[in-house]
Write a protein of this length. Structure first.
Length: 170
Protein backbone atom coordinates (compact mmCIF):
# COMPACT_ATOMS: atom_id res chain seq x y z
CA UNK A 1 0.00 0.00 0.00
CA UNK A 2 1.66 3.28 -1.04
CA UNK A 3 2.08 6.02 1.53
CA UNK A 4 -0.99 8.28 1.70
CA UNK A 5 0.44 11.73 1.03
CA UNK A 6 -3.01 13.25 0.67
CA UNK A 7 -3.77 12.33 4.31
CA UNK A 8 -0.42 13.78 5.42
CA UNK A 9 -1.10 17.05 3.57
CA UNK A 10 -4.56 17.29 5.18
CA UNK A 11 -2.93 17.00 8.60
CA UNK A 12 0.03 19.28 8.04
CA UNK A 13 0.78 22.25 5.81
CA UNK A 14 4.32 22.30 4.37
CA UNK A 15 4.83 18.77 5.68
CA UNK A 16 8.01 18.11 3.72
CA UNK A 17 9.87 21.18 4.93
CA UNK A 18 12.38 23.27 3.04
CA UNK A 19 13.07 22.97 -0.71
CA UNK A 20 15.63 20.35 -1.73
CA UNK A 21 19.07 21.99 -1.52
CA UNK A 22 20.42 20.48 -4.75
CA UNK A 23 17.53 22.07 -6.64
CA UNK A 24 18.03 25.40 -4.88
CA UNK A 25 21.72 25.28 -5.87
CA UNK A 26 20.80 24.47 -9.49
CA UNK A 27 18.46 27.45 -9.75
CA UNK A 28 21.01 29.78 -8.06
CA UNK A 29 23.31 29.17 -11.01
CA UNK A 30 20.59 28.94 -13.68
CA UNK A 31 20.93 31.94 -15.97
CA UNK A 32 17.55 31.90 -17.77
CA UNK A 33 14.64 34.02 -16.62
CA UNK A 34 10.91 33.35 -16.68
CA UNK A 35 11.16 29.81 -18.02
CA UNK A 36 8.56 27.05 -18.00
CA UNK A 37 9.09 24.49 -15.26
CA UNK A 38 7.22 21.22 -14.76
CA UNK A 39 7.22 19.77 -11.21
CA UNK A 40 6.07 16.14 -11.31
CA UNK A 41 4.72 14.90 -8.00
CA UNK A 42 4.93 18.43 -6.66
CA UNK A 43 3.06 17.65 -3.44
CA UNK A 44 2.37 20.86 -1.50
CA UNK A 45 4.95 22.64 -3.61
CA UNK A 46 8.05 23.07 -1.47
CA UNK A 47 10.07 23.16 -4.73
CA UNK A 48 7.41 24.71 -6.99
CA UNK A 49 7.00 27.70 -4.65
CA UNK A 50 10.68 28.63 -4.43
CA UNK A 51 11.09 28.21 -8.19
CA UNK A 52 8.09 30.43 -8.91
CA UNK A 53 9.41 33.05 -6.46
CA UNK A 54 12.43 33.32 -8.77
CA UNK A 55 10.06 34.45 -11.52
CA UNK A 56 9.60 31.16 -13.36
CA UNK A 57 6.27 29.68 -14.48
CA UNK A 58 5.62 26.37 -12.74
CA UNK A 59 3.16 23.63 -13.59
CA UNK A 60 2.78 21.29 -10.62
CA UNK A 61 1.31 17.83 -11.13
CA UNK A 62 0.29 15.53 -8.29
CA UNK A 63 -2.26 12.80 -7.62
CA UNK A 64 -3.08 14.46 -4.28
CA UNK A 65 -5.97 16.95 -4.63
CA UNK A 66 -5.05 18.39 -1.21
CA UNK A 67 -1.45 19.02 -2.23
CA UNK A 68 -2.52 20.82 -5.39
CA UNK A 69 -5.20 22.82 -3.56
CA UNK A 70 -2.68 24.00 -0.94
CA UNK A 71 -0.08 24.77 -3.61
CA UNK A 72 -2.55 26.92 -5.53
CA UNK A 73 -3.68 28.70 -2.35
CA UNK A 74 -0.06 29.61 -1.52
CA UNK A 75 0.55 30.68 -5.13
CA UNK A 76 -2.50 32.94 -5.07
CA UNK A 77 -1.45 34.51 -1.74
CA UNK A 78 1.94 35.40 -3.19
CA UNK A 79 0.71 36.09 -6.73
CA UNK A 80 3.01 33.44 -8.18
CA UNK A 81 2.79 31.98 -11.69
CA UNK A 82 1.86 28.42 -10.74
CA UNK A 83 -0.72 26.18 -12.30
CA UNK A 84 -1.74 22.91 -10.74
CA UNK A 85 -2.92 19.65 -12.26
CA UNK A 86 -4.42 16.78 -10.27
CA UNK A 87 -3.31 13.73 -12.23
CA UNK A 88 -1.92 10.26 -11.83
CA UNK A 89 1.49 10.11 -13.49
CA UNK A 90 0.63 6.67 -14.83
CA UNK A 91 -1.76 8.44 -17.25
CA UNK A 92 -0.20 11.87 -17.52
CA UNK A 93 1.32 13.29 -20.70
CA UNK A 94 2.31 16.95 -20.81
CA UNK A 95 0.49 19.12 -23.35
CA UNK A 96 3.27 21.73 -23.49
CA UNK A 97 7.06 21.84 -23.53
CA UNK A 98 9.28 22.81 -20.60
CA UNK A 99 12.72 24.27 -19.94
CA UNK A 100 13.16 22.42 -16.66
CA UNK A 101 11.45 19.31 -15.32
CA UNK A 102 11.77 18.70 -11.57
CA UNK A 103 11.01 15.24 -10.15
CA UNK A 104 11.76 15.34 -6.43
CA UNK A 105 11.40 11.93 -4.74
CA UNK A 106 8.33 10.97 -6.74
CA UNK A 107 9.56 8.26 -9.11
CA UNK A 108 10.18 5.82 -6.25
CA UNK A 109 6.44 5.95 -5.52
CA UNK A 110 5.84 4.09 -8.80
CA UNK A 111 6.67 0.49 -9.65
CA UNK A 112 9.82 -0.08 -11.68
CA UNK A 113 8.24 -0.38 -15.14
CA UNK A 114 5.73 2.48 -14.93
CA UNK A 115 8.46 4.63 -13.35
CA UNK A 116 10.50 4.35 -16.53
CA UNK A 117 7.44 4.73 -18.78
CA UNK A 118 6.58 8.01 -17.05
CA UNK A 119 10.07 9.26 -17.79
CA UNK A 120 9.89 8.14 -21.43
CA UNK A 121 6.64 10.13 -21.85
CA UNK A 122 8.11 13.24 -20.25
CA UNK A 123 11.48 13.52 -22.02
CA UNK A 124 10.05 14.56 -25.42
CA UNK A 125 8.42 17.53 -23.65
CA UNK A 126 11.81 18.94 -22.62
CA UNK A 127 12.92 21.87 -24.80
CA UNK A 128 16.37 21.90 -26.44
CA UNK A 129 18.94 22.90 -23.76
CA UNK A 130 16.31 22.03 -21.18
CA UNK A 131 17.07 20.11 -18.01
CA UNK A 132 15.56 17.22 -16.07
CA UNK A 133 16.36 17.28 -12.34
CA UNK A 134 15.71 14.02 -10.54
CA UNK A 135 16.06 13.19 -6.85
CA UNK A 136 15.26 9.61 -6.00
CA UNK A 137 16.47 6.53 -4.21
CA UNK A 138 20.03 5.82 -5.25
CA UNK A 139 19.14 2.23 -6.17
CA UNK A 140 16.63 3.49 -8.78
CA UNK A 141 19.10 5.70 -10.61
CA UNK A 142 20.87 3.11 -12.81
CA UNK A 143 17.58 2.16 -14.54
CA UNK A 144 16.67 5.84 -14.87
CA UNK A 145 20.08 6.41 -16.47
CA UNK A 146 19.22 3.73 -19.02
CA UNK A 147 16.17 5.68 -20.19
CA UNK A 148 18.34 8.69 -21.02
CA UNK A 149 20.84 6.35 -22.68
CA UNK A 150 18.12 5.20 -25.10
CA UNK A 151 18.66 8.62 -26.73
CA UNK A 152 22.30 8.97 -25.81
CA UNK A 153 23.18 11.70 -28.30
CA UNK A 154 20.46 13.92 -26.88
CA UNK A 155 21.42 14.01 -23.20
CA UNK A 156 24.42 15.03 -21.15
CA UNK A 157 24.81 14.59 -17.42
CA UNK A 158 25.23 17.77 -15.38
CA UNK A 159 24.98 16.15 -11.94
CA UNK A 160 25.23 12.49 -11.06
CA UNK A 161 25.85 12.04 -7.36
CA UNK A 162 24.28 10.05 -4.55
CA UNK A 163 20.50 10.31 -5.03
CA UNK A 164 20.58 13.00 -7.72
CA UNK A 165 20.63 12.80 -11.49
CA UNK A 166 20.46 16.06 -13.44
CA UNK A 167 20.49 15.76 -17.24
CA UNK A 168 20.52 18.40 -19.98
CA UNK A 169 19.17 18.05 -23.51
CA UNK A 170 21.82 19.05 -26.05
C1 LIG B 1 7.85 12.14 -1.33
S1 LIG B 1 6.51 13.09 -1.94
C2 LIG B 1 7.44 14.37 -2.75
C3 LIG B 1 6.63 15.62 -2.98
C4 LIG B 1 7.42 16.78 -3.60
N1 LIG B 1 8.08 16.42 -4.82
C5 LIG B 1 8.45 17.30 -2.60
O1 LIG B 1 9.62 16.99 -2.73
O2 LIG B 1 8.01 18.01 -1.68
C6 LIG B 1 5.90 12.14 -3.31
C7 LIG B 1 4.74 12.80 -4.04
O3 LIG B 1 4.41 11.99 -5.17
C8 LIG B 1 3.01 12.02 -5.32
N2 LIG B 1 2.61 10.83 -6.07
C9 LIG B 1 2.76 9.54 -5.70
N3 LIG B 1 2.29 8.73 -6.66
C10 LIG B 1 1.85 9.54 -7.66
C11 LIG B 1 1.25 9.29 -8.93
N4 LIG B 1 1.01 8.05 -9.36
N5 LIG B 1 0.93 10.35 -9.70
C12 LIG B 1 1.17 11.63 -9.26
N6 LIG B 1 1.73 11.90 -8.08
C13 LIG B 1 2.07 10.88 -7.29
C14 LIG B 1 2.49 12.03 -3.89
O4 LIG B 1 1.16 12.47 -3.79
C15 LIG B 1 3.48 12.95 -3.22
O5 LIG B 1 3.05 14.29 -3.25
Amino acid sequence: MPYDYDALYQEQRHALGEPTKAFVDFFKKYDQSSVQVLDLGCGQGRDALFIARLGHHVTGVDVSPTGIEQLLADAENENLAISGVVADLHDYSPDATFDVVVIDRTLHMLDAEPRLDVLRRILPAVKPDGCVLIADEKSNLPAIHEVFAEDDALWTSIKDARSFLFMQKV
